[in-house]
Write a new protein. Structure first.
Length: 134
């Protein structure tokens, strides 16, 4: 999930997925950022792709449907961010601090678009850019 002042990108993060699955509540720090009307809300197509892959693998602990999740985000004011060539090139230039390709792509999108990345993954804190760990 990404956020940006009047273009805040609250990009995808693993806490958003867990919250959608009902496994974890959104922390107060993030809830405050999300509810701030000075911030616009965004999510990445990379997150939908990750959801579709996990659901397609038939994991019994993963029942979220990407199309339902996408509609939920859009209906709640989030704007979808596509994956561009510049995002991929930026992801390729990142240091190898984290192995998850989806997380690396989210970091690259946040850097490229000037968004703040909201996440619960402390491993992303070492990357450049504006990353909020909660």
């Amino acid at each position: 999930m990404f956020t940006k002042r009047k273009r805040t990108c609250r990009g995808w993060s693993n806490w958003l997925l867990r919250a959608a699955e009902g496994g974890r509540r959104i922390p107060g720090k993030l809830r405050k950022l999300i509810s701030n009307e000075e911030h616009a809300l965004f999510f990445s197509v990379a997150s939908l792709w990750e959801i579709a892959i996990k659901a397609g693998l038939g994991r019994p602990d993963f029942t979220l449907d990407a199309s339902v999740f996408r509609r939920l985000l859009i209906d709640n004011g989030y704007t979808e961010i596509a994956i561009s060539g510049s995002h991929v090139i930026t992801a390729n230039s990142l240091p190898p601090l984290h192995r998850d390709p989806f997380d690396r792509l989210l970091v690259a999108q946040a850097i490229s678009e000037g968004f703040t990345l909201l996440t619960s993954d402390p491993a992303l804190a070492g990357y450049p850019g504006d990353i909020v760990i909660a």
